[in-house]
Design a protein around this ligand. Sequence first.
Ligand code: ZN
Ligand code: FE
Ligand code: FE
Length: 188
Amino acid sequence: MADKTLHDLFIDELRDMFDAEKQLIKALPKLARAASSAKLRAAFESHLKQTRGQVTRLEKVFTSLGEKPRGKHCDGIAGIIKEGDAVMKEGFDAEALDAALIAGGQRAEHYEMAAYGTLVAWARIMGHTEAARLLQLNLNEEGDADQKLSNLAEGGVNQKAANKAHSGGDEDSERSAARKSKKRGKTR
Ligand code: ZN
Ligand code: FE
Ligand code: FE
């Protein structure tokens, strides 16, 4: 019987995000530990605190809807976390690893922004105003976290990693790298 409604879907997606946030509470300390940049570490730690608050907010959302707070395994965020775990073991230098941690972190933030954006829209259209208000606060925090990561990447982390990759970073070494790869028969 296909009789489940948008409201049922809304509750399902809330459970998905409740679980996603809990997975992130476990993952963020690992990202913080793996970061070499003190600012990046601090960013992950401060988002961990925010994430704990987001779980509390989601509990209030459930309550406001007359539902018990309950999670349902979020495969999407699990996949993003799994990729992040893998990149930490691949032997990247400290600067490249910081760039990779930001890239992974931003994947998670964008996933959350998409999910909360949808949840806010659905809450509004169904007249769940308190839920919409609380979900909008989580959405805002995800957007801020994403922006902070962009600022760190563009404010030095990427440059440091690029300097390490191209230590003699001038045109000559670029040309000799191009020559070498030609010799090896690479086409890129
Ligand atoms: Zn509803
Ligand atoms: Fe979150
Ligand atoms: Fe987040």
